[in-house]
Design a protein around this ligand. Sequence first.
Ligand SMILES: [Zn+2]
Ligand SMILES: [Zn+2]
Length: 434
Amino acid sequence: MIKAPRGTRDLLPGEIEKWHYVEKVARNVSEIYGYQEIRTPIFEHTELFQRGIGDTTDVVQKEMYTFEDRGDRSITLRPEGTAGVVRAYLENHLNNKPQPVKVYYLGPMFRYDRPQAGRMRQFHQLGIEAFGSHDPALDTEVISYTYDFLQRLGLLDLRVLVNSVGCPECRALYSKALKDFMKMFQDALCENCRDRLDRNPLRILDCKEQSCQELLDGAPGIHAYLCKGCREHLQQVLGYLELTAIPFEVAEHLVRGLDYYTQTVFEILPAGNDQDSLAGGGRYSNLVEICGGPAIPGMGVALGLERVLLALESQGVELPLEKRESIYIATAGEDPSGNLHREAVRLLLELRRCDYPAEKDLLGRSLKSQMKQAGRIGASYVIILGTDELERGTVLLRNMKKGEQFEISRERLLEYLKAIVQTREAGMWKASEN
Ligand SMILES: [Zn+2]
Ligand SMILES: [Zn+2]
């Protein structure tokens, strides 16, 4: 038996409805905030991620699915969404359109990571990116979008962490200060961090090792090193955030795992879980330039949908999943001529063309097991076709919830069903109603 590769999983009927719901809320919130969908390729030239994400990041060094295609090009399955969106923005000259350009994406990402709950090798993200504005109100908008999305899903218990990682100038000063501090405790650092000390000391702030975390408690924060511009930007973002009434914490050691962020960074975590953030994002003032374009600022966020679904489960949130009611067509009695069967096929088609979800037996079941099957698929009505009824030009219509049935003429059947639908909310048959 061939199994799915490690770190991947199938999303089956029964679970996929939750994904559809989450995606629907995502599209809705995106529209409300003025973001339009963008779909970029699943794979890109490896160089895009090396440049865009940064050569020293764990993502690029250890986690990318990179391969040579048959034309000897180095190709990488996208490990995140931003770099591809930036490339698309430039390649399609969206920078010549009125700014800001605001887009969202939904789709799978790929990282060669150690699989565990909420950490898959193929995982799914919702993300937004906004290009072309320096306004701190945009930073707040992106934070607010993320918070709003999670709240609308029913995740009420959230921690919002906000920080600034400065610009390249002030960050260099901080980086040096952090390095000087960490040098004193070099021996206590994990192997990874000793390596990071020279290459990219800020990465140490991200280290999950207990020993490194403890050292960080005493480490200098970035705020004292921020230049005037970066300090003012942060103050404005925080000021706007206060207006939104979103509860937030300023986390001076918060950096994100990707090199491209400048100034604002933020994370949203489920309360009581410091490890697995649901969302992370920030401002990137140089990424468009790094990817070969003009100096255009951007701001974005990405949310891990597997983690969002896990958080919904652990916080006991019941999603209001809508299930369309369906109609089951059963045939009763002997059918040597095949007339009942033909009538069932015809009726099935009629119902479906009128937008009623409908099914009929395809396994030659007895009436009793047809009724059982109707119950299994949750049909709210069963249309029973029998020889006598066929002759009279009628059918039996059985309301499964009430357990009642009556005879109705074939001509009036569709009218009757239509009337039922019209009495229900917005044409949608809700399983919760009668
Ligand atoms: Zn600065
Ligand atoms: Zn470490």
